[in-house]
Design a protein around this ligand. Structure first.
Ligand code: PLP
Length: 305
């Protein structure tokens, strides 16, 4: 079951469209060129999480590629219509915490070729069961070279590296490559050897002791100016972790830093916090520490909005 709500100036709460019928022009540049942007977020018990952070990142992506965006109010109304319509048409089973979850995608394309009018809509759909399984079981990950160096984003803004564009074919190809190797997911590295991000996630690592054995609580993520997408989940978790007494740090990180960590996670708005069990076959930390830290940070993440 999928619900689509198009943003349409003639309908303040959005225009509901039949997801099983053709609704885009074949000349839409989102289709013909992958020319557009999107956001994915979770609605929990009907409330979209971190919605302003997602609208702000959508606006940054739009600015990066000179795309006109509907106003935040139009998005909020369309989101409300999409969630209400979805929950009525397809009531979800509560998860292990008694919450219902819906995936929301906010999508904007440059619109039909020759017209100067972006197409914008909200899609509501169920959360795949695989994501909860991955959170419970952990991920076998491989490192893959993304082919750009870690300073290219500032030098070549036309590569749109910090924007969440619709051109995810490369990210999906990397995931297929990982699955063919028997792995679950990917961590990209830059051509100069830095740890970047997953194809649909941010990378996070934790240390619970220093090199001399002194207990610490330290979370580190790759530096945000290395051509990665600034994760809204990483941002929210860092804010909650700081309040809970964790030290926070940013890269540059090398693959050796991942292997040396007490735990590594792939995190995103939909997947939440999925622990990495192995990287290129090498185990990260121990099962006990991974599980304890995952439970601690997941509880912090659940408190964020
Ligand atoms: N990096 C990439 C490439 C992504 O596609 C995503 C999410 O889809 C993220 C990071 C994590 O972002 P967020 O936490 O805002 O979902």
């Amino acid at each position: 079951m999928t619900v689509l709500v198009f943003i349409d100036p003639a309908r303040p709460d959005g225009r509901i469209a039949d997801a099983d019928a053709p609704v885009l022009l074949a000349t839409d540049q989102g289709v013909t060129r992958g020319d557009g942007i999107f956001e994915s977020l979770l609605a929990v018990n009907g409330a979209p999480r971190k919605v302003q952070a997602h609208l702000d990142r959508l606006a940054t992506s739009a600015r990066t590629m000179s795309l006109d965006l509907p106003a935040d109010d139009a998005w909020l109304r369309a989101i409300a219509t999409a969630v209400a319509t979805f929950e009525t048409a397809s009531p979800q089973q509560p998860d292990e915490h008694g919450n219902t979850n819906v995936i929301l995608k906010l999508i904007v394309t440059r619109g039909p070729e020759g017209a100067n009018s972006p197409t914008a809509w909200v899609q509501a759909s169920p959360v795949p069961a695989l994501l909860a399984e991955q959170r419970a079981k952990g991920l076998d990950v491989i490192l893959l070279d993304r082919g750009y160096d870690s300073t290219v984003a500032a030098r070549a803004p036309w590569l749109l590296l910090g924007a969440k564009t619709l051109s995810y074919a490369v990210n999906m190809a990397a995931l297929r490559h990982a699955h063919e190797q028997g792995a679950d997911d990917v961590i990209f590295t830059s051509s100069d050897g830095h740890v970047l991000e997953g194809p649909t996630s941010s990378v996070l690592l934790a240390h619970i002791k220093d090199d001399d054995g002194t207990p610490v609580k330290r979370l580190i993520t790759p530096n945000l100016d290395s051509g990665i997408l600034p994760g809204t989940t990483q941002g929210a978790l860092f804010a909650a972790a700081r309040d809970a007494g964790w030290e926070l740090g940013y890269g540059p990180l090398l693959p050796a830093d991942l292997l040396d960590a007490d735990a590594v996670w792939l995190i995103s708005s939909i997947r939440l916090l999925a622990p990495v069990t192995t990287i290129d076959g090498a185990e990260i930390g121990t099962a006990g520490v991974r599980a304890a830290l995952t439970a601690e940070l997941a509880a912090l993440l659940a408190q964020t909005h």
